[in-house]
Design a binder for this molecule. Structure first.
Ligand code: GSH
Length: 216
């Protein structure tokens, strides 16, 4: 029995951030599947947990937190020791900077690309919108690549929660039907993340249940 409950579906990229962070810490938690094919986001009970009616949501005893980056930050602070979010303000600055940039710039681009390519039926594909989203995604990846030329991980040489919020994109970006340019820094970083059991368990999972099918 645990007082730590994560609400969401395993195929959600935002849920994957919270689940990956929890797995990194070794904290014992229960995953309660809601959203997508599980439904349950429109109930009064779920609305009381998250008025925004999206996943993930984390409950820890009396505390309820929603918004994936706030959840990951709480997990890092509460269970992550000094690895995921070191205490020194100067270390935190770079981690928070890449995290906010992921929320405002990188994720909107790569998620839009995922929706246009995977969550939209092939006969409805908008080639120019796909090209624009790909260009924006690649521009963001190039920025990360330049950083990852200098450091082993996004915010510094050490792994941090910034690698989690940005790194959940990698399985999808490398398995979608797109051509990416050569990005040696990103490839080396991806290789490092693949060595983490928690990345493999929570991120490298099929998203086929999300694929829009052609209308027969
Ligand atoms: N800004 C929110 C976005 C959350 C979000 O968009 N969640 C999606 C899944 S990735 C969701 O709940 N979709 C409805 C569903 O799964 O039914 C966060 O970072 O937590």
């Amino acid at each position: 029995m645990t007082d730590l409950i994560l609400w969401g579906r395993a195929s959600s990229a935002n849920l994957q951030k919270a689940r990956w962070a929890l797995e990194e810490t070794g904290a014992s938690f229960e995953l309660r599947e809601v959203g997508g094919r599980f439904g349950g986001l429109d109930t009064p009970e779920f609305g009381a947990l998250n008025p925004n009616r999206l996943v993930p949501v984390l409950q820890h005893g009396e505390l309820t937190v929603w918004e994936s980056h706030a959840v990951v930050r709480y997990v890092a602070a509460a269970f992550g020791g000094t690895e995921l979010w070191p205490e020194a303000p100067k270390d935190r600055a770079a981690i928070d900077q890449w995290t906010d940039w992921t929320a405002t710039t990188f994720q909107p681009a790569w998620i839009r690309l995922f929706w246009l390519l995977v969550r939209t039926a092939p006969e409805k594909h908008d080639r120019s919108a796909i090209a624009a989203a790909l260009e924006e995604t690649v521009a963001a990846l190039r920025m990360m690549d330049r950083q990852l030329d200098k450091t082993d991980h996004l915010a510094s040489d050490g792994f941090s929660y910034a690698d989690i919020v940005a790194g959940v994109s990698l399985y999808r970006l490398t398995t979608m039907e797109i051509e990416l340019p050569s990005l040696p820094g990103i490839e080396a970083w991806h290789g490092r993340l693949k060595q983490r059991a928690a990345f493999d368990k929570t991120v490298c999972i099929s998203y086929e249940e999300l694929r829009a099918r052609a209308v027969p």
